[in-house]
Write a protein that binds this ligand. Sequence first.
Ligand code: NOJ
Length: 745
Amino acid sequence: MEERKLKQLLSEMSLREKIGQMIQLTGIYFDEDAVLTGAVGEGQPPQWVIRYAGSVLGMIGAEKLRAIQKKYMKEHPHHIPLLFMADVIHGCRTIAPIPLGQACSFHPELVEKMAGHAAAESAAEGIKATFSPMMDVSRDPRWGRIMESFGEDPFLSGVMGTVMLRGYQKGNGNGQKGSREIPESGIAGCLKHFAGYGAVNAGREYNDVEISQRTFREQYLKPFRMAMHADPAMVMTAFNAVDRRPVSGNKELLEDILRKEMGFRGTVISDWGSVGQLEEQNVVSGQAEAADAAVHAGVDIDMMSPAYMFHLEELVEEGHVPVSLIDRSAWNVLVMKNRLGLFEDPFAGMEGEEQLSAEAKKIALALACESSVLLKNADLLPLKPEQKVFWAGPYVESTELLSRWAIFGRHDDVETISEVLRDRKLPVRFVPGCEILTEEERRLWQADNCRIQGEEEQNKEMSGSCGDQYADLEEIGPEDTVVLVLGEHEAQSGEAASRAFLDLPEGQQKFFDAVAERTSHIVAVIMSGRPLDIRKIAEKSQAVLLAWRPGTMGAEAVVRLVYGEETPSGKLSVSIPWGVGQVPVSYWDVKTGHRMTETNPENRFTSRYMDIPNEPLYPFGFGLSYTGFTITPPVLEKQEREDKIGILCKVKNVGEVPGAEVVQCYVETLCAPVVRPAKELIRFRKVFLQPGEEQKVKFTIDRKELAFYGADMELIDGGIPLRITVGNSSRAEAGDVSLQLDRRS
Ligand code: NOJ
């Protein structure tokens, strides 16, 4: 619709209609099958709200949504279409690895393509907006939502978030027509949670955040800033406060930083109930004040809180909230609907559900392979197909390879590892050994109250599947090779799944120990939504492959990697801690005094733990391959423009099989007026090479990207000595160059 017409429409809408655009309801008010992703209060929304609410979350299905849309539009005075939103986090029907895993691929093009397929599958079933990507830098594995993040690094999170967003908003390239900004197969993306949520204190869900302004801006805002280039349709406010001021009532953050400084021009949506929650946080005395604070701060849509639906109308009528604010927010929502082409055709592209497409499965498989990280390999992998191998552990025969956030994913679409192996007719024996969780753990994790389709049946199948668990182990001798597929349950990560301990479920650890008593030729494959404390597993295994939660094609990926049909190329997007006492730990931790170095390990007065190392077990950027690579030390290349820095190196495959290396470029400030991170990732490139092949890698860095905040929060981008390194992990350096940029006045 032309802008002029849209303005005309807004001018004709009643106050209630406009406020309606600013309210989002869960689908349960429209259909009992809707997926509930938050707690619903007791108060039923007023009838007019159900009639005018501009958007709904948590529903899928072309036929169903078509019917709801038809009825809604007919009853709406201006026939404005509803916008269906949902949490499509790592795939809609075809489920890719969790975002934390996708980031380990260091392969932005694949991530973008997968998001395009997720968008196309969503759009075909009526969902036109997703609450993804999550841009929260997360370095605390206790936080269950780390799975939804791109890990600990701000730059990697910025790159991955940008491409994922672009993928959603571009779709899969089919069905584009007319001048709509977001094509038919595309959907609106939403950067969340603005901001700082990844730093929740002690990793506890919904907790507050305590970080400095500097860290907040440099590390936590950076990914959001980077993704603004892809023109996000929405940004979601975080539950937490920043500097004790809750985001959903924080004008400085939403107006001054998000809109003015970062140039965001889309719609701001609250998180579920986060406007109403201002009362719980005791910064307002009731829901009316909460609505007042949020609308003044710039929250355009209140997702599922009582504030706007019960109070906004009165606040306007009594003159507390100017109509201009309502107009602005309603306008933002209308513009988003218009970008999606809803006014031209609210049903465009709603073709209904199809079989998972071969193309989407292919990308999901490639991502599952490239997301998996080989953490250890003492010459055991890849296994030979003719070798007799025991495949053991509860994940061998399980379809639970999705996640809590794969809300529309179906376990029925997942092949199990045992099925994949059987298809290949390999000489393998299966030893499930134990269940994923013990009865008690199932209760603790509420693993049976599942919202995920198909899981209930799965649970029924699982329980009682183990009789005398260890009986089969007697067949395993000291020379035998066992691939043990272990890990967290789906219910143990995602929203509201914080953990204080990062161990494997109890029964699985015991089972592992029992196997380890029989043979040392163990390949541990770990399925998990977060970094776990796998030290004891790694010590007793000859090889460790971290597959995260790999998605629909996970089983095929694991088998391919274990037998060397694919060469592992994933690199950690987040450090794997040595133990839970270290967390949060990341490679960019800021420098300290009393530094422990290689030359003073006996010095008691250094910044360290007396009982465990400072370093994580496996650092950010780390990951092994079946082939070998060399990277030459970097050299500076003269640039024509003085605001650019050129860094050159070469990477060579010196092994025997094709593979990919991720060349990583880090920068360290050597002397600055404020304490700075040890180093920061500034560029990376994934290079695919045949044996013996060599390639040049050139990184061009913009001077602006090196800027940081000085003592008075002024931006410094020169006059500072820098060290730039390249290597294949945050720990391994192939060499460095030093430079100093001119000071700019
Ligand atoms: C709460 C979560 O924090 C958010 O990420 C999600 O999008 C909403 N619920 C909607 O399900």
